[in-house]
Design a protein. Sequence first.
Length: 285
Amino acid sequence: MNRLESGTAAVDDLRMHYLRAGEGPALFLLHGWPQTSYCWHQVIDELAETYTVIAPDLRGYGKTDKPRDGYDKRTMAADVSALATSLGFERVSVVGHDRGGRVAHRWALDRADQVERLAVLDIIPTRELWKRLDTEIGRAYWHWLFHLQPDLPELLAGRDIGAYLGYFYERWTHQRQGLSSEAVEEYVRAFSAPGALRAGFDDYRASFPHDAEADDADFDAGRRLELPVLALWGASGLLGKLPTLEIWKDYANDVSGTAIAECGHFLAEERPRVLLDHLKPFLAG
C-alpha cells in the first residue's frame, strides 16, 4: 500500500490542502459538493500504484482556505493549475467529480498545454444544464437554484448541517442506501467549520452569471476540448435519462464513456471497483 501523505501549498494567496500518494505521472482527483478530498479514499491506493496521485481540497472546501471570492471555475481551475506547477508537474491527467468535474473542464479548456487526459464523473457541461432546464431537470437540480440565493441557504441549512447534507447523501445514491457513516461524519465535520457552508454555496453562486458567461463565450468561439475525454455517470441518477455521451460530444472532439449500472451520483464511493476498471485503461492511453 502506498503511503498517503497530507500537505499544504501556498497557491498565490490561498493555502491549499491536498492528499498525495504514489510515484509516476501526475493524476489530479477533484472532488465535488458536498464532499472533500476524502471522497477518493476507496480508489486512491490502487491509482497510486501507477501515478503520483494528488487529491486537493478545492477553494473553500475541507482544509483549504475559504476566502470570500474566487469561486468562478476559471479561478478555481487556476488554483489547481498553480498547485500542479508548485509541485513540479508540467503535464497532468485529471479526474473530476460533480463540482470538481466543472473545475476540471475549465482547467482543460484554459490550460490545454497542462492537461493531457480528462475524466468527468456524473456531470454534463454547466452550459447544457442551464440550456436544458425544464421540469424534470428542475426537480433534480432544485438545489442549484436554492444555492444561488444570497444568505438564505446558510440560514436554513446551518440550523442542522448534518440533516441537510444527509438528504443528498441518501437521495443521490442508488436505492437510497446512503454513504458510509465514516464518510458522512467526515463531510459533516468539514462543512461545520467556519466559512465552509458559505463557501460551498458560493461555488454554486458563481455558476450564474460568471461561469455561464465564460462557458457561452467559449462555445460561441468554437472552443472545444481537444484532449481525450472520458465521461462516466450513474445509471440511477438523472444523467441516466439524458443523452449524456452525445451531449459531451458537442464539447469535445475525442470523447468516450458509459453509464455505471446500479450507481447513483457518488461513483467513487458507491462503485469504486467499477470506476477503477474504467479509469485505469483510459488513463493508460
